[in-house]
Design a protein around this ligand. Structure first.
Ligand code: IMP
Length: 421
């Protein structure tokens, strides 16, 4: 029995889809535990490209995909993804926790309304209703997956919630009338389509552990978007860190074996908020173009910069990362020099931790170590020793600084472009 966890160690978009796909080989279950369809995982199998937002990516390999209680689920998106996979010959096996909170139409409207209200202080959310849905969950006003299977309960809950949401929309000056009947009918229809998947996933997963099955917990976003340990308030609204996987699945923390932190060989971020190593020059543009750094979910260009080890060290500590997966190393090919940020300078002093005060983060100046660049990495490389000497030096430095071993290195989007260390 193994329960492994894969999480992003930066601001998301580290290439989790490929790494999860890679680690799914031996898994019986692949489980999402936080976030919703704000995530976007791209998996390339041969010439086929799959883009999934809420379906656990392991279903492409025929694994059972579990949507844990910590996820916020837009049922319409899930139904579309299931239908699209079916059209491509994949009949996904899916289980949804009966406790999973459901993204409702008013969540999506309120997400956009709040961003508009914030103006130039906006978070830059994906406008998928993620924040408002999590807010309702902790305010105990959430609609849960189980409610979609019971018209009476759902109707009563909507009777309580909709008048309040309507008043909030009025405060935001949003001219939209929430129609209870329309919402109730639509969500009961989704419930009918999904009811066979809705179950006690926490029991299923704990039984699976007892029965020696393998489970892979699939994180979305990255530690720096965690609602507590990220660049708050420029974060998402869920617990992205390793601890979130226990909360979001009902699997006790002692059952987790390896915690694999995915680290892109450089840094990217979508949305607003500080990014200490951001590059505003030609190198930044080079990374963006070469790395195809445009969001899977919103198509927004990602901001790019050098690798920031203050960030990754913070992630390794908070999440107890046991192994690293370095992705997109090939994007750094053909650069004369490459840099790694090891510390920040804040008010004339060097610091090696990530400050909580967002105004301080904005003032942090990266302190860099420079490395000699390398020529093109051979896509057929299968061993660490096949990599250019300079790339090896770059990786060894990361390993030494983080005191965490590198387990895999991704040198291209295809499954075979992966080196096991
Ligand atoms: P939300 O999750 O839609 O509320 O957005 C909050 C912040 O998290 C924004 O800066 C988004 O761009 C960012 N974000 C959310 N999901 C992802 C993701 O999967 N990858 C990268 N950034 C994300």
């Amino acid at each position: 029995m193994t329960v492994n966890l894969v999480i992003g160690a930066q601001w998301g978009d580290e290439g989790k889809g490929k790494v999860v796909d890679y680690f799914s080989k031996d898994a019986d279950y692949v489980v999402r535990f936080q976030g919703g369809n704000n995530a976007g995982h791209t998996i390339k199998v041969g010439d086929e490209i799959y883009k999934l937002h809420v379906t656990p990516s392991g279903v492409i390999q025929g694994k059972t995909g579990v949507i844990g209680n910590g996820v916020v689920l837009d049922p319409e998106i899930l139904i579309n993804e299931i239908n699209n996979l079916k059209k491509r010959g994949i009949k996904p096996k899916i289980l949804i926790s009966d406790r999973t909170n459901i993204i409702m139409p008013y969540h999506k409207i309120l997400d956009g309304a709040d961003e508009k209200y914030l103006g130039d202080k906006k978070i830059g959310t994906t406008k998928r209703g993620i924040g408002p849905c999590y807010s309702d969950k902790v305010a105990r006003k959430g609609i849960r997956a189980i409610d979609l299977t019971d018209k009476n309960t759902l109707s009563k809950k909507l009777d309580e919630i909709i008048p309040i949401k309507q008043r909030i929309l009025d405060v935001y000056n949003i001219d939209k009338k929430l129609d209870k009947k329309e919402i109730l009918d639509a969500y009961i229809r989704y419930g009918e389509k999904l009811k066979d998947f809705v179950t006690t996933t926490h029991i299923e997963l704990n039984n699976a552990i007892k029965n020696n099955k393998n489970i892979l917990l699939e994180g979305a976003q990255g530690v720096m978007l965690d609602v507590d340990y990220g660049t708050y308030p420029y974060t998402t609204s869920s617990h992205v860190i390793a601890g979130g996987s226990s909360i979001g699945t009902g699997i006790g923390p002692k059952n987790i074996n390896d915690i694999i932190g995915i680290v892109k060989a450089y840094t990217t971020r979508v949305g607003e908020g500080p990014l200490p190593t951001e590059l505003f020059d030609k190198t930044g543009e080079y990374l963006q173009q070469k790395g195809h750094e445009f969001g899977t979910t919103t198509s927004r260009p990602r901001r790019c910069g050098w690798l920031d080890l203050v960030v990754v060290k913070h992630s390794c500590m908070i999440s107890g990362i046991t192994k690293l997966a370095i992705t997109k190393l090939d994007v750094l090919d053909n650069l004369e020099t490459v840099k790694i940020c090891t510390k920040y300078e804040l008010r004339g002093k060097e610091i090696d931790y990530f400050p909580a005060n967002i105004e301080d983060v904005k003032k942090c100046k990266p302190v860099y170590k420079e490395f000699k660049g390398w020529n093109k990495i051979n896509g057929n490389s299968t061993k660490f020793a096949d990599l250019p000497k300079e790339a090896q030096e770059y990786l060894k430095f990361i390993e030494k600084e983080l005191k965490t071993p590198i387990a895999i290195i991704s040198i291209g989007p295809r499954r075979k472009e992966t080196i096991e260390v």
